[in-house]
Design a protein around this ligand. Structure first.
Ligand code: SAH
Length: 448
């Protein structure tokens, strides 16, 4: 797939004329009567390396934007201009660079439009009838810091996760571009409340931003991932819709089980366990190639959607599927301690826990959690079976996760062979200059 070229250079050529004269040189940045931010050496180095963030602790002085404006010119302490950023006064990430050039508010909306169009163009080749859901825009990875856009069938959900994006012009531009690029029934905003709180932002507006038919307000949709049907309900009060980032890993788990089945030549007896199953993403894919599938989650509301999803796919599912509402740590501890003869065992176990380490400081505790889960799971996997183990914490590195699993394997006296290291689906791209865009890690292991 050829990706469209980055639209930045064209915008850069257009914008300086319209920009505030002070912003182009940066000479007035630091002058308390002119909006702008002066940042320290550490921030300069990070921006030069291609990053887009400036932490509040790296800002030396700031004159906030005028009322109703969202952008700040950024300069180093000698007045050298570095770019234009969205300003978030209450966030630890005080500045998110949107351009290396000077930009006024109108120029920024133009840039937003061209970057959103480019982000959608990058996703279009990934969409078809069997996959009509994806992340259309992934914040910094699409050069639109704080903007997340997900498509579920003909419903689009926007998240505005930085203060500078609350300007009504931003929502208007997004709606216009989305309507122009895609055939949709509705566009809504459902911003992650936890991030909104961290950013000091008010609760988002729940009214639809746009409806194709006002007589039929649509807040729910059916969508397809790898040919399976799923439900999304914007009014269900759940934080997220589907975990679209796992789409390619669902398909991979299904394929690995098919290979395992072929090797075992007893396809009918394959048992799968999906721990932290949410609305059944892995479980439903596995139920096409296994005979028994169990999904475990602590959230009853999620399991109710999982059951609905199961019903919607009945015609292509062969397995007996059951859902257990339980704490994963407790149930795995009980099961893995059962005497061997009566013990529960599986041909494949998927572990996809929530992010245990939301900060760097939480990594040590998180690794203990990963080790315990993997240890319990490994004890329950039949020889020759598969372990699909994931971490969605950016702060937990590949090496961290792999050594937690290695240590669990040693304690369980099992040898594990790495079949694949997998990341998020390509609609959640990793940008190498922005390490934070890499978070999801998925190991596929064969357990001897
Ligand atoms: N595998 C899922 C995503 C999992 S998200 C998918 O692909 O769609 C993490 C899930 O873990 C959430 O559904 C949450 O309800 C569940 N969860 C969090 N803590 C839990 C616990 N202690 N025990 C069981 N489930 C838990």
């Amino acid at each position: 797939m050829t990706k469209p070229r980055n639209p930045k250079p064209q915008m850069a050529a257009k914008t300086p004329k319209a920009a505030r004269p002070t912003a182009t040189s940066g000479r007035s940045v630091g002058n308390p009567s002119v909006p702008g931010a002066v940042v320290n050496r550490r921030a300069v180095d990070r921006l030069r390396a291609g990053h887009l963030w400036v932490y509040a602790s790296d800002v030396e002085s700031i004159t906030p934007p005028k009322l109703g404006e969202t952008l700040l010119a950024v300069a180093d302490n000698r007045g050298l201009f570095l770019g234009t950023a969205l300003y978030s006064p209450s966030s630890q990430i005080a500045l998110r660079l949107v351009s290396r050039d000077a930009l006024d508010e109108a120029g920024w909306l133009g840039l937003l439009e061209s970057r959103l169009r480019a982000a959608i163009a990058r996703r279009k080749p990934m969409l078809d009838a069997a996959n009509d859901a994806c992340r259309l825009c992934f914040s910094e990875a699409d050069e639109l810091p704080g903007l997340v856009v997900d498509k579920y069938g003909d419903l689009v959900i926007l998240q505005f996760l930085a203060k500078g994006l609350l300007d009504p012009g931003v929502a208007k531009t997004c709606v216009r571009v989305l309507r122009d690029e895609l055939m949709l029934a509705a566009i809504m905003e459902r911003s992650d409340p936890r991030i909104r709180e961290l950013e000091g932002l008010p609760a988002p507006n729940l009214d639809p931003l746009w409806l194709a038919d006002h007589a039929r307000p649509t807040a729910s949709a059916q969508f397809h991932l790898n040919g399976l049907v799923f439900h999304y309900d914007a009014n269900a009060g759940q934080k997220t819709g589907a975990f679209l980032d796992q789409r390619t890993n669902y398909a991979a788990a299904r394929e690995w089980v098919q290979k395992l089945g072929a090797a075992k030549s007893g396809v009918n007896s394959i048992r799968a366990l999906d721990v932290f199953c949410y609305q059944g993403g892995f479980a439903l894919h596995l139920s096409q190639v296994c005979s028994m599938v169990t999904g475990i989650d602590a959230s009853r509301a999620s399991l109710e959607v999982a059951e609905r999803n199961l019903e919607a796919n009945r015609s292509c599912i062969t397995a007996d599927v059951d859902w257990i509402e339980a704490d994963a740590f407790e149930i795995l501890r009980d099961w893995s301690q059962a005497p061997r003869s009566s013990g529960v065992s599986y041909d494949i176990i998927v572990l996809d826990p929530p992010a245990f380490a939301k900060t760097k400081r939480a990594v040590e505790g998180a690794l203990r959690g990963y080790k315990e889960l993997n240890l319990r799971a490994l004890k329950m996997i039949r020889p020759g079976g598969l372990l699909v183990t994931c971490s969605c914490s950016h702060h937990v590195s590949w090496a961290d996760l792999e050594s937690a699993v290695a240590s669990a394997a040693a304690d369980a006296s099992r040898r594990v062979r790495l079949l694949e290291r997998r990341g998020a689906a390509p609609d959640h791209p990793v940008v190498l200059n922005l390490p934070e865009t890499e978070y999801l890690k998925c190991l596929v292991l064969e357990v001897e």
